[in-house]
Design a protein around this ligand. Structure first.
Ligand SMILES: [Zn+2]
Length: 67
């Protein structure tokens, strides 16, 4: 998890899926970009251009703790 709570993590995931500008939770850089810029089909994988962290939203969803 990148956020402190499950709720915050879900909000973070939803922002990415909605393609909203989302700051990097690791370094605070102002927005993440698609990992595969040319692949129109996939908006599930994101990368921070500043620190290089990769966010695979499907994995993050699977790793969410149970309520
Ligand atoms: Zn970053």
């Amino acid at each position: 998890m990148y956020m402190k709570t499950r709720e915050e993590e879900v909000i973070f995931l939803k922002r990415l899926w909605n393609k909203e500008p989302t700051p990097c939770p690791k370094c605070g850089y102002e927005f993440l970009e698609f990992l595969h810029k040319k692949a129109k089909k996939s908006s599930t994988e994101w990368k921070c251009p500043h620190c290089g962290e990769i966010f695979r939203t499907i994995n993050m969803l699977m790793d969410l703790p149970e309520k």
